[in-house]
Design a protein around this ligand. Sequence first.
Ligand code: GSH
Length: 216
Amino acid sequence: MKLYYSHIAPNPTKIRLYLAEKAIGGAQIPMTEVLIDLRAGEQNSPDHTVRNYFQSVPVLELDDGSYLIESLPAMEYLEELYPMPSLVGRTAIERARIRQLERIAETRVLNPLARFVHSTRSPLGLHPSPEIAESALKTLTKGLSFFDQLLTDGRQFVTGEQPSIADCTLAAGLNFGRYGGFECDPSLANLERWDRSYRARPHVREALASVSIWAT
Ligand SMILES: N[C@@H](CCC(=O)N[C@@H](CS)C(=O)NCC(=O)O)C(=O)O
């Protein structure tokens, strides 16, 4: 399989964190990473447009040459092939709760953070827009406070004692925000504790290192 990705983009980072979590847990998922340079517009090339009509990353190329072009189904597909260690939960209710938190992490944190960064300091050179930045911040503030409250009980990971796809999505979103100069409100102490401890894990640090170099 091949993963078409970009260092700076949060949705591919989500899958790269997922792969790092699977690998550290013992799953051997053969994957070749292929860099798509978004700043050079490679996502709009004819070759990439064949892979993904929407000209975005990530794209997961399967061994039969077909493609998955959405990050969550791509992770869920890999999870079906390599169920251990589970990053999506084992029982019906666990799976629903983890998927719910992953969706909240994407729609209330990662997406508004991406909108905020692209409307203030876009790595793709998009025009700044104070209106979009303000509306993104409104959604984001609630999303961040949701996770801060969830983490009040001191749990190590978003969904409990084991990492899950929800951690991957939340970490990918926050990392992109950091890249764009977004600072979390320091009063969100539980979220900050989670963020620091999640990022301090060596395989996560390594997966995110290629993202951070863009911030310098
Ligand atoms: N819903 C898609 C979103 C994909 C997406 O928006 N990718 C962004 C990077 S995070 C992209 O490729 N942007 C390039 C562009 O729009 O030109 C997913 O979950 O994979």
